[in-house]
Structures are given as structure tokens and as C-alpha cells.
Design a protein around this ligand. Structure first.
Ligand SMILES: [Mg+2]
Length: 270
């Protein structure tokens, strides 16, 4: 007999659906920068403020070039920080000094760094904004009963403040680079995120804008990797992410690619 012919009163004919058992995933972990917060846009504002304050002879047209140098981390300072080899302020001062050196500006030494930082950081944090698709995807995941959290390569305190400023709610920062003393792509940071989320890595997705240290690394740690390649913020088109320099990188198997968070639930089969 077709299911549609089953009498409504026959309660033994259809077992109640256990949504948790049929759901393909229990948790989704997110990266922050350029995934839920437009950090590239905020860096552009910060670099523009630095040019106006310290490099007034550099024409405004060169701001994208300045941003590219800042973001590409030419000296590998941020990477050294994520390996636990440099302090956060130290890596940033060294990058500031390298940026000024590239454009003929004054040295950024330990004495002048506080003033530089005030200009840079003030403009940067005033520009923290969520992407338009964030609130919607978090609501749909909550409605689907999927746990969410953040695993990030910046500090927990900074990212918590950033999410609050960007008015992103319901997305706790679970693991920062300061949690274990190192960051992605180490698998332990993804496992710690799953542990704090209360989910099995095999039933957890990780969503981030960088194909290698986010999606590929998460997949290698046993999660489902999701590479968010937003149009206009390609991996290296705006001067690169902090870890750019690998054009043509292919994220490989067990990694999905999306271009907007609007399609995340469909991609994950939720
Ligand atoms: Mg990112």
C-alpha cells in the first residue's frame, strides 16, 4: 500500500523521524577573517589611514599596492606568529616597518610603534563588518539544530571583540591561536574545536576563505573542508590573504567550494 494511503489514525505505521540520526552533520566551525567578517575591507581602511598619516607623499592610487604588501606578509611574520615564534605586536611592528620601507616611509621602531598602531588599529576596528550572508546562515544552522563555533588563527579575545563589533551573534570563539599556542593548519586546533563544540570531527564541517590552511587542513584533520571563495575576494586578487602566494592551489578531495554562505546548508546536505 502506498504511504499516502496509510490511515492517519494508524500511529504504528510511520515511525517518528529522528532528525539527529539522519542529519549528515552535527557541527559547523567557521574561520573569522574574510569568512564572516570583511577583514580585507577593514585592512584597506587601515592602510589608507596609515598612508595619510605617515606616507603622505605616496599617491592614493598606490593604496592597493600597499594593501597587497601588508596582506601578503612578505617577511612571513604572521606565519611565524601562528607557529608561536613571534608575539602578536612584534609581528605587526615588523610588518609595519617593512611596509614603510617599501614606500620610503619612516622606520617603525619600538618608540614610534604605539603612534603607528593607534592610527592603524583605530581605522581597522572601526571598519569591522559582517558579510551580508552571515546572519542568515547562522539562523538556518540554529534552526537545523547544528552547533556552531569559531576556530581562528588570531587570539580568542581579539576575535570575540571583532564578532561583537560586527554584530555577529550566536557564534562563540572556541579556539584561537592562543588556545594551544599555535594555529591552523595543525590538526590539533580543529580537533580542539570539535571537542569544545561536542561533535565528532567526521560529523563537523570547517568553513574558511583559504583553501589550504582552512579547507584542506580541516579535511586532513578528518573534518569536511569547505572553501568559501567569495567573488571579488579571491584568494590573492586583493593582495592575497595572509598566507597567499600559491596561485592555482587546488584544495583536493573532501573539500567543497562555495562562493556564498547562502548555499552552505545545501552543500552540506542539511
Ligand atoms: Mg580567513
Amino acid at each position: 500500500m502506498p504511504a499516502s494511503d496509510t490511515p492517519a489514525s494508524d500511529t504504528t505505521a510511520v515511525a517518528p523521524v529522528d532528525t539527529a540520526s539522519v542529519r549528515p552533520l552535527d557541527g559547523v566551525l567557521f574561520d573569522v577573517d574574510d569568512t564572516v567578517v570583511d577583514t580585507a575591507g577593514a585592512f584597506a581602511e587601515a592602510v589608507a589611514a596609515v598612508r595619510r598619516a605617515f606616507l603622505p607623499d605616496v599617491p592614493v592610487e598606490r593604496e592597493p599596492e600597499m594593501l597587497a604588501i601588508w596582506r601578503s606578509d612578505v617577511g612571513g611574520r604572521y606565519r611565524a606568529y601562528t607557529r608561536g615564534e613571534l608575539g602578536y605586536d612584534e609581528q605587526r611592528r615588523l610588518r609595519a616597518d617593512e611596509l614603510h620601507a617599501a614606500f620610503g616611509g619612516p622606520r617603525v621602531d619600538e618608540a614610534s610603534y604605539p603612534v603607528w598602531l593607534e592610527v592603524f588599529w583605530g581605522a581597522f576596528e572601526r571598519a569591522w563588518r559582517a558579510f551580508d550572508d552571515v546572519a542568515g546562515v547562522l539562523k538556518r544552522l540554529a534552526d537545523a539544530g547544528v552547533a556552531v563555533g569559531v576556530v581562528t588563527n588570531a587570539s580568542v579575545e581579539l576575535q570575540t571583540s571583532k564578532l561583537a563589533t560586527a554584530q555577529i551573534e550566536g557564534l562563540p570563539v572556541l579556539v584561537g591561536v592562543d588556545t594551544l599556542g599555535y594555529g591552523k593548519p595543525r590538526p590539533e586546533v580543529f580537533w580542539e574545536g570539535c571537542r569544545l563544540l561536542g561533535t565528532d570531527p567526521a560529523r563537523t564541517a570547517y568553513v574558511g576563505d583559504e583553501p589550504d590552511i582552512d579547507a584542506r587542513a580541516a579535511a586532513d584533520a578528518g573534518l569536511l573542508g569547505v572553501w568559501l571563495e567569495r567573488p571579488g575576494v579571491r584568494f590573492d586578487a586583493r593582495g592575497g590573504g595572509l598566507h597567499a602566494g600559491r596561485p592555482g592551489f587546488v584544495p583536493g578531495s573532501r573539500v567543497s567550494r562555495i562562493t556564498t554562505l547562502d548555499t552552505l546548508l545545501d552543500t552540506l546536505g542539511l
